[in-house]
Every structure is written in C-alpha cells, then in structure tokens.
Design a protein around this ligand. Structure first.
Ligand code: SAM
Length: 353
C-alpha cells in the first residue's frame, strides 16, 4: 500500500501548515480495508510461561521457542517506535508470561518514554508481588491478572502449579499499588470451573475489583476445545443477575468486555464473549508475537514475519509501509462460528493473549 507524505509548503499560512501537518499524520495512521482505525497493540515478549494452564498450553515444559528466535529488546523497541508513530497509543505487554523475561520493566519504561498513553500488562501473578513496585516505577498504568479458580486444589489442577498463594499475594500487591484498574481474568470451562461464577462475582464485590469472564476459545495447545465447553457470557450474566442487580457500564465500542457494576455494591464484572457474541466490527487491535510476527486477528490463518525486515537492513519507512499494508488486509472478523472454521496453527501461548 502506498504511503503519502503531505509536506507543508514553504509559503503556506500557519493554519494551512497545521492542516497539512494533521493530514500528514492522518495518512500515517493505521486503518484497515474496512475503515477501522488500529490503535491497540499487544506485544508478546516471550512464549515461555511458568504455568501450564490446561486450557492454554501443553504440560510439556520444553515446549517453547529457542532464544535466538525471539526478538531482542532493541528490536521490540524499534518496532514499538514505528508503531507508535503509526498511531498506536494503547499497548498491552503479554506472553507466555511476560514477567519471566528479564528486562520487561525496562521495556515498559521505554514504551512509556515513547509516549504510549495506555500501558498495561497481562500476567499470571506468580512473580507479581515482588515486581509490582518496579512495574509501577517503569510507568505501567494498569494490570490484568489471570485467576481461574478461587479453590486452591482446583487452581493447582488448572495451572499445574502450586502457586495459589503467590497469585493471591500478587493481586494484593496490585490492589495496594497505584495500578488502576486491577482486573482479574478467568477463563471458564464447562465441567472444570463453571460452578464458580457466583463465587467470582462475590470476589469482585469483596475486593472491589473488576472480575472478567473470558469465553474459552479454540486456541488451546491440546486441542480439547469444543463448543460444549464454552460457558457463554449470556449464561454468566443470567446467573450473576439472579443474585445481584447488575447495571451496565458504558464502554468504548472497540473494548472487548461488556461491563456491569453491582447496584449499590463495589466491584465490577466484564464479560468477554468472542465465541457467542463476536465483537470484531469495532476491533482496533493487532498483535506482535515474541518472534516478530504481526497478527491482525487472534484467529488469523497466517502471520507476517517482520524479522527479515528488521534483520535485513530495511529502513523504518520500509517497515512502516509493510505494517500499513499488512494492517490494511486485516480480516473482517474471526470465523469461529462458521462451519468451515479451522483453528489457527499457532495456539494462544505462541500468539500472546
Ligand atoms: N501468562 C499471562 C496470563 O496468564 O495472564 C499472559 C498470557 S495468557 C496467554 C493471556 C490470557 O489468555 C489469560 O487471561 C488466559 O487466561 C487467556 N487464555 C489462554 N488460553 C485461552 C483460551 N484457550 N481461551 C480463552 N482465553 C485464553
């Protein structure tokens, strides 16, 4: 896709110059073929994880990429700078488990220095209590912590770890820190933890935090996903509102969650329904994987390798043009509900959630 750079002319008035400068900036923004502005980026900094959640990755601890395949920090820095110049202003750092890659706080500080307005991280919380202060000092704004059961032994069964206390300590640390909001994410899987809907809602109320329920997606390494295992947002809403009055909270059109507060109570819930109520129409997201692949949808059939450009001497302008061309082709929507749907060959852990 050609990129046009409008240059203010020497003889333009001050207003004309401003208009031209704005239009030049607009030309550089990321927009797909359906006119959706792309402003959010998820960066997976590693595919390694210290958990082995059953709905996400296989039990095999060696199932991760070799170090040399991953982007180096300076390569992430360069891509982030180019992407911020292209209008990305919301970045979530994820993985794998982002806190297992050394240097992540420094990376966050450099993202902050680039002027990223909304900077967040998704973590399983295992290392959080010890690292929270450093993340805050680096300039992190907000945090999502995964917690799929409030029951210790079930937590251990799901994550294949003994980290329940550490994750709870991580949530405590986040709530005691300036990070806001603190969101806790649970993936519900029928027959595994779907009996905890009300307990999670109670947890949100007691702890005054945002509890988000994510529908199980066909991105698990072991390929166990079936539609029957999905606990829909509608069911969760019905069950919680049978017990407490829920009041809708306004949300941005591009946001993934439908949000509700409790009438007369603290806490909030978020329902993320990629399977039962896809929200692709206003999607503003792209993803960068730990090995330098740009993905325009979680469910993209293919990803786009930026490493050859990064390591092959391409200029920033060439990389920016390539990114614009890739983003232009962003899919209209995922096809989970189509009869011919095929799960992507990369699973969540290699994409970055
Ligand atoms: N390690 C971090 C964590 O646990 O939050 C970040 C990476 S994890 C892949 C990001 C999010 O993806 C988590 O909230 C996790 O629960 C979610 N996730 C993983 N596999 C999923 C699946 N098959 N369906 C829905 N969500 C999934």
């Amino acid at each position: 896709m050609a990129v046009t750079h409008a240059q203010p002319k020497g003889c333009a008035t001050e207003n004309e110059s401003k208009a031209l400068a704005t239009s030049s900036k607009t030309d550089m923004m990321l927009r797909d073929q359906f006119g959706r502005p792309i402003t959010d980026l998820r960066i997976s900094v590693t595919d390694r994880c210290n958990f082995r959640c059953v709905y996400c990755r296989s039990a095999d601890p060696e199932n991760h990429m070799a170090e040399r395949q991953l982007l180096r920090w300076e390569e992430f820095d360069r891509l982030a700078r180019i992407l911020v110049d292209l209008g990305i202003h919301k970045i979530r750092v994820t993985g794998g488990e982002p806190l297992v890659r050394e240097g992540v706080e420094d990376f966050i500080a450099r993202l902050r220095a680039l002027g990223v307005k909304d900077l967040s991280i998704t973590t399983n919380g295992h290392l959080l209590a010890d690292r929270c202060d450093r993340l805050v000092a680096a300039g992190l704004n907000r945090i999502n912590i995964s917690l799929d059961s409030l029951d210790r032994s079930r937590f251990e069964q799901i994550t294949r770890t003994k980290s329940f206390d550490r994750v709870m300590a991580g949530i405590d640390a986040a709530q005691a820190s300036p990070l806001r909001p603190v969101k806790v994410n649970a993936v519900l899987v029928r027959g595994l933890n779907d009996d905890e809907v009300e307990a999670f809602a109670e947890f949100a109320r007691e702890r005054a935090l945002i509890m988000r329920f994510i529908e199980f997606m066909p991105l698990d390494a072991d390929r166990h996903w079936t539609r029957d295992l999905v606990v829909t947002a509608a069911e969760i809403h019905r069950r919680i509102s049978a017990r407490w009055e829920l009041v809708p909270v306004p949300h941005e059109r591009s946001e993934t969650a439908r949000k509700y507060r409790f009438a007369g109570g603290r806490g909030e819930i978020g329902l993320i329904a990629p399977v039962s109520q896809p929200f692709c129409g206003f999607c503003s997201r792209i993803r960068l994987t730990a090995d330098g692949k740009l993905r325009t949808c979680l469910f993209s059939k293919e990803d786009h390798d930026l490493k050859p450009l990064l390591r092959g001497g391409a200029t920033d302008k060439e990389i920016a043009e390539e990114i614009q061309a890739i983003v232009h082709e962003k899919e209209k929507g995922h096809r989970i509900n189509e009869p011919d749907f095929v799960p992507p060959s990369r699973t969540m852990v290699f994409i970055g959630g």
